[in-house]
Design a protein around this ligand. Structure first.
Ligand SMILES: Nc1ncnc2c1ncn2[C@@H]1O[C@H](COP(=O)(O)OP(=O)(O)OP(=O)(O)O)[C@@H](O)[C@H]1O
Length: 349
């Protein structure tokens, strides 16, 4: 469905997106995860045709974003970080306006507006001015404009930012619902969020892809934390003496044994070391069988913290520039000029 190849975006000598390649299959929800300034919004803005790339290609259903931006835009619904809403319009007026801009056929318009309001659960708010809606409802209206015209691909930039926990759950449910008929890419800096909603997670840091996998597989890529939980049958002194001969073990922690005649012990080694085989052969030679062996894996939060910490040393390069602020357009500019305009300030950093 989407193929991003060797994408690069430079602002002067600052590289916001650095040789990024990935694919998203039809019907998938891809979570785009990374700390502030990782390059999530920039990548999304390029996919939607809102800004240009310095290098690389992006195709949606085989259509090149840079060669046929209009075609691609028809396939994409976009909820930017700051949704393009008009506070002085009612929900219904606004959605009719969006349908108009998206060139929804007149004969289909009334029904589609009703369906979209139904899907995003805002029908009851149809006659309310947008400025009088809560943040959660405004976000739903933002989602409604993104799905108007039923694009195949929906891109959501930080869709739950600033919402309270109840609203967050509701928006996540909505996103899951949407994925039944659409391919969804959503960005977030909250690990919990992407693991709760997405089929696949991509972690980016400083514009580079760190990894892409299913949420449940993420920890595997980071290996163990250097810890190995063991249940071993046999004499405690003999086991501890044997383990003591393994130089690569840096620390032991004895836990309460749950089974008679066994010991529970956690052994630690350096983070990038793997002592499983050595422990196995050592205990085998000692004739003290290992009944259980479990690597202590990083939690999703640990992984994200690791990525974030690694990134923090380069914070100065991620400082929001004046240019970035200037780049944030007013709602009407976003709707009318999305993708049609080159990021004219690029290169002046
Ligand atoms: N118009 C611009 N001019 C100069 N630098 C920019 C511009 N837009 C973005 N950047 C820089 O590019 C980098 C990536 O920014 P981007 O907004 O894509 O990150 P992000 O992952 O979406 O972050 P956040 O979670 O904070 O929104 C940052 O260092 C940012 O300051």
């Amino acid at each position: 469905m989407i193929e991003v190849k060797n994408l690069v975006k430079r602002y002067g000598n600052h590289t916001a997106v650095d040789d990024l390649s990935f694919t998203v299959d039809k019907g998938q929800i891809l979570g785009f995860l990374g700390p502030n300034g990782a390059g999530k919004s920039t990548t999304m803005n390029i996919i939607t045709g809102y800004i240009s790339a310095t290098e690389g290609t992006v195709t949606v259903n085989g259509v090149d974003v840079f060669e046929e931006p209009e075609e691609v835009k028809k396939m994409i619904g976009y909820l930017p970080e700051f949704p393009p809403l008009y506070p002085d319009l009612t929900v219904l007026e606004y959605l009719n306006f969006v349908a108009d801009i998206k060139k929804v056929k007149r004969s289909l318009r009334k029904q589609m507006v009703e369906e979209v309001m139904e899907a995003t659960k805002i029908t009851d708010m149809r006659n309310r001015l947008i400025k009088h809606l809560s943040k959660g409802y405004k976000q739903r209206v933002g989602l409604a404009q993104a799905i108007m015209g039923y694009p195949e691909l929906i891109i959501l930039d930080e869709p739950t930012v600033g919402l309270d926990p109840k609203q967050i759950i509701e928006i996540r449910e909505l996103i899951r619902e949407l994925s039944k008929n659409h391919t969804v890419i959503l960005s977030s800096h909250i690990m919990q969020e992407v693991s709760a909603v997405c089929d696949s997670v991509m972690i980016i840091d400083k514009g580079k892809l760190i990894l892409q996998d299913k949420p449940e597989n993420l920890s595997m890529h980071f290996g163990s934390t250097g810890g190995l939980k063991l249940v071993i049958r046999g004499d405690k002194d003999s086991i501890m003496k044997e383990l003591g001969k393994i130089d690569r073990i840096t620390k032991y922690e004895e836990n309460e044994a749950l089974e008679e005649g066994t010991i529970n012990v956690t052994v630690y080694c350096k983070e990038d070391d793997d002592i499983r085989e050595e422990v196995f052969y050592s205990m085998s030679k000692n004739k003290t069988p290992i009944l259980e062996m479990q690597s202590i894996r990083m939690s999703l939060e640990d992984i994200f913290l690791k990525v974030t910490q690694d990134n923090s040393s380069t914070d100065s390069s991620n400082a929001e520039s004046e240019e970035a602020d200037n780049n944030r357009k007013q709602p009407e500019e976003i709707i009318s000029s999305k993708g049609e305009e080159e990021d004219s300030n690029a290169g002046d950093l």
